[in-house]
Design a protein. Structure first.
Length: 124
C-alpha cells in the first residue's frame, strides 16, 4: 500500500514538473517571438547640456527622496502597527487575518513611494 502511494506521488510530481517546464518553454517562445518581431528604431542621440544635467540631477534626487521617504514612512508604520497587531494576536488569535490587513495597508506606503519615483524618472 505504501509503495503504491509513493508511486502515485512521484507520478504527480513528475507530471507537475513536465507541465511547468512545458509552460515555461511555451511562454519563452511567445516572448522571444515578440522581441525579434519588433523593428529597430534609429537611435537618437541626446546631447547633455549643463542645463539638462542640472535638471536630471534634481530629478534623480527627487525620485530618491520620494522612494526613501516612502520606505521610511512604511517602516515606522509597520513598526507601530506590527507591534500592536502581535499584541492583539497574542490575546485573541482569531483576529490574525484582520491584523495582517492593517500591516499590508502600511506596506502600501512603499508602493506609493516607488510608483512616484518611477513617475519622476519617466519625466526626466
Amino acid at each position: 500500500m505504501k509503495q503504491n502511494s509513493r508511486a502515485g506521488f512521484r507520478r504527480k510530481i513528475v507530471l507537475s514538473l513536465v507541465f511547468l517546464f512545458s509552460f515555461f518553454v511555451m511562454f519563452g517562445m511567445v516572448s522571444v517571438v515578440r522581441v525579434f518581431a519588433q523593428e529597430q528604431a534609429p537611435a537618437a542621440e541626446v546631447v547633455m547640456t549643463p542645463e539638462r544635467a542640472s535638471v536630471t540631477s534634481f530629478g534623480l534626487m527627487a525620485a530618491a527622496i520620494a522612494f526613501g521617504f516612502g520606505a521610511i514612512g512604511a517602516g515606522i508604520a509597520i513598526a507601530n502597527v506590527g507591534a500592536a497587531a502581535m499584541g492583539a494576536i497574542g490575546e485573541r488569535p482569531e483576529i490574525a487575518s484582520q491584523a495582517l490587513i492593517f500591516i499590508a495597508l502600511a506596506e502600501g506606503l512603499v508602493v506609493f513611494g516607488f510608483i512616484t519615483a518611477l513617475m519622476i524618472l519617466g519625466r526626466i
